[in-house]
Design a protein around this ligand. Structure first.
Ligand SMILES: CC(=O)SCCNC(=O)CCNC(=O)[C@H](O)C(C)(C)COP(=O)(O)OP(=O)(O)OC[C@H]1O[C@@H](n2cnc3c(N)ncnc32)[C@H](O)[C@@H]1OP(=O)(O)O
Length: 205
């Protein structure tokens, strides 16, 4: 297996790989700086380093992760990872390239898309639909029947009540309490959650 990315997200995924008794061969990074610990090599990306490998895109930012995916998708296969302490209902599905971190709880009939990060100790309740390239940050709590559209980011510790739709590329701030649907590209903070600005179509903030 190889990781694309060598920053903080790669460090936690490497730890997950080891705890699953898998082998990480090396990492690639658009800006390799040689600072990855554990003496693992980090190379600049090249097709021959990725071709026919099992890859995880270890990048926290959704837009960057999606861009990398489109660049390399025809060369490689993608791994899906789940920490042994995570609970994923047998009635739920998880797409390729997605990483499920420690202590996550995914309850019944949840659909999780491709290349998502379901981060430490978050809860995703029954019948939620999480589209591709979503990041759900640590300790976020999603009640039942929530739809999270492509590329949205749910901030650390955010709470979302049942039945809400979070629009494409929306950003839910740390600790926000979301009671209403959130339009695409909106940035929402506070309790109750309010829109403070709009994100660029394909940018970060
Ligand atoms: C393992 C990991 O690390 S996973 C990553 C986890 N990280 C996160 O979840 C981070 C989520 N990000 C946030 O909460 C950010 O603050 C964002 C995206 C909501 C806003 O960031 P920015 O666009 O840079 O906004 P900025 O910092 O300029 O704040 C704008 C205003 O909103 C307020 N604000 C920002 N974030 C929040 C928040 N989470 N809750 C309440 N108010 C907030 C600021 O105080 C500021 O208010 P002011 O105008 O009265 O001074």
């Amino acid at each position: 297996m190889i990781l694309y990315g060598s920053g903080g997200q790669a460090k936690v995924i490497y730890d997950l790989i080891l705890s699953n008794n898998h082998l990480l061969e090396y990492l690639v990074d658009d800006r390799p700086n040689g600072n990855f610990p554990h003496h693992l090599p980090v190379y600049a990306p090249a097709e021959e380093l990725i071709r026919n490998k099992k890859v995880i895109i270890a990048v926290g930012d959704n837009t960057t992760r999606e861009k990398i995916y489109h660049r390399i998708k025809d060369w490689c296969d993608f791994e899906t990872l789940q920490h042994s302490s995570a609970y994923v209902s047998r009635f739920s599905t998880v797409g390729e390239g997605t990483v499920i971190m420690p202590q996550v709880c995914i309850n019944a009939e949840v659909t999780i898309g491709r290349h998502c990060i379901i981060n430490t100790a978050c809860t995703v309740e029954h019948e939620c639909v999480i589209e591709d390239f979503v990041h759900i940050s640590p300790k976020a709590s999603l009640a039942g029947n929530i739809m999270v559209k492509k590329g949205a980011h749910i901030g650390i510790g955010a709470c979302i009540i049942q039945g809400v739709t979070i629009g494409e590329n929306a950003m839910i701030g740390a600790g926000a309490v979301v009671l209403r649907d959130v339009p695409p590209h909106a940035v929402v903070v506070g309790n109750p959650g309010k829109i403070i600005k709009m994100r660029e179509e394909h940018g970060t903030i």
